[in-house]
Every structure is written in C-alpha cells, then in structure tokens.
Design a protein around this ligand. Sequence first.
Ligand SMILES: Nc1ncnc2c1ncn2[C@@H]1O[C@H](COP(=O)(O)OP(=O)(O)OP(=O)(O)O)[C@@H](O)[C@H]1O
Ligand SMILES: [Mg+2]
Length: 294
Amino acid sequence: MYEQVSNLKKLLDGRNISEIITGNIRVFCVTSGKGGVGKTNLSVNMSLALQKMGQKVLLVDADLGLANVDVLMGLYPKYNISHILSCNMSVNEILLEGPMGIKILPGASGLYELANLSTMELNALIKAFSAVTSDFDVVVIDTGAGISKNVLSFIHSSDEIIIVTTPEPSAVTDAYALIKLIYKYSRKIHVIVNRVDNFKDGEYTVKKILNASRKFLHTEINYLGYVLEDKKVLKSNMEQIPFYAKYPDSLASKCVTNIVHNLLYGEQRPFQNNFTFDGWIKKFISFVRNPAGG
Ligand SMILES: Nc1ncnc2c1ncn2[C@@H]1O[C@H](COP(=O)(O)OP(=O)(O)OP(=O)(O)O)[C@@H](O)[C@H]1O
Ligand SMILES: [Mg+2]
C-alpha cells in the first residue's frame, strides 16, 4: 500500500495542483447487499432524472451481471475503458450517449484490468480522464451486488454510497451487513427502499436499518426515499427504454424524481468536496490494487 501511495504521490507531484483541484463532482456509488433489488434500474433512471434537473451525468457501468446498463437502454458498446490504453482512444471515444444526453462509461471487464497497469499506463489513463473532468457534475456508478473485492473498490473510492434494498427481510439484513462493513470508510451513506407497496412500507423498512445503525454503529444513515412496485419497470426493461424516458408519469418515475430531488436539495446539504473525476479514478485504482486499504 505504501508503495502505491508513494506512486500516486509521484503522479500528483508531476502535475500542476490547480489542474487536479478543479470542479466539484459528486460521485454516487449505487450498491446493495442482496442482488436483484433494482440497482441497475435505479442507477439508470436516477441518472436521467439528474440530467433533467440540469446536472451533467456520467453513468459508469461497473456491474458484471447480465442485466446491465447498456441492456436496459438498448445500447451496444463496442469499446470499454481498456481501449484507452490498447487502442490509444480518448475517453470521449469510448463514452456512449444515452437518452436525454447522459454519457455512459461501459466499464464491465475493462475496469477490473486496471489492477494490473504499470505506472506509465496508469499515468496515461489518468491524463485521459482529466480531459473530461470538467464535462460532468455527477458520476453514478452501478455496481454488482454483495461484497466482492471489486464492489468494495468502488465503494471505498466514492464519497457517497447509495444502498438499495427492498422490504424483504433478507434484503434488509444484507443491506445492514453491508453498512456494517463500509460505514467507517464512507462519508455519507444513503438508503433507498425499492419495490414498496406504499409509503408506510418504505418507512417501516428503513426504520429497521436506521435504528440498528444508530444503536450499534453510532452512525446516521440518510433515507433518500422509496420506489413503488410498478409494472412499468419490467415493461420498460423488456422494451429496453428506461422508464423515466418512456413513462415519465409512471409511479416509479415520480418516486425517482423525489429521490433525486432529495439528493440534490435535501436537508443534508451536499458537502464541498473538491472531487474530480481523475481524482476519483486515482483513488479507485489504488483500492482495486489493494482492496484492504492498508
Ligand atoms: N420498482 C420496481 N417495480 C417493479 N419491478 C422492479 C422494480 N425495481 C426493479 N424491478 C425489477 O427487478 C428486477 C431486478 O432489477 P435490476 O436488474 O435493476 O436489479 P439489480 O439490483 O441491478 O440486480 P443485480 O444484483 O443482478 O445487478 C428487474 O426484473 C426489474 O424489472
Ligand atoms: Mg444490476
């Protein structure tokens, strides 16, 4: 770890500091304990809602599962992050354009190859990303479920974690288990309760998580809101058009609007973080290389 930190320091020292501390990107890592609770659907549709509210959004597909971001949007990526190095492509050349103008980084396998990069390759990659830092206000990362090394690398490199659960007891238990694992490293943990029958269902579910976190971990979790069970979600998945784009008046879309509103203007004022995209990439790579962080 110390060697990596010193390598990163060397990289930083080689560059103008003002080049690094620019912008103020918020990075949201969407994750869950249990699989299949709706992370990808929420990542995609929250990204659209954020874009609609004036944010410039980059959606990073870090889910190795089958039902990933590009499938939900009917997109067919030709390139991924690994092509920046292997084919000398720019970040803009590998980004896909999704509905409403959001940009998608088809990460998948390429992202995990970062662990084996040489310092020179790493430098080239960081340079490539620094070119697009000012293009985005928000980065949304859709991860796979559970606590694999890869998922933890994304969690540890992001300031704000959004944990998705459903009211199902096993999903709630797994969400809490994940919080226990990450709360010491994360600046802000949010929770969304997906697939609820009504408002009370969401409140009841989240209370269990909030109370346990307060009592046993002495940590405050932020409840971002709930998403109702809605047949339009599956319908939109079948049509490969996100529900927020195809069915903006659906119950699920209205819930996503509320959630994103909370995220941007909620009581918890977003902290000033001097976060930059290339800064995040550096942090991420250091965790991919050493997930234990020490
Ligand atoms: N609010 C909702 N109402 C109805 N169905 C939903 C809702 N949210 C998600 N679903 C359905 O749940 C299934 C899983 O959704 P999704 O793929 O987004 O989950 P995931 O957490 O990303 O899964 P994985 O862990 O495999 O990555 C899909 O079939 C989707 O249509
Ligand atoms: Mg998924």
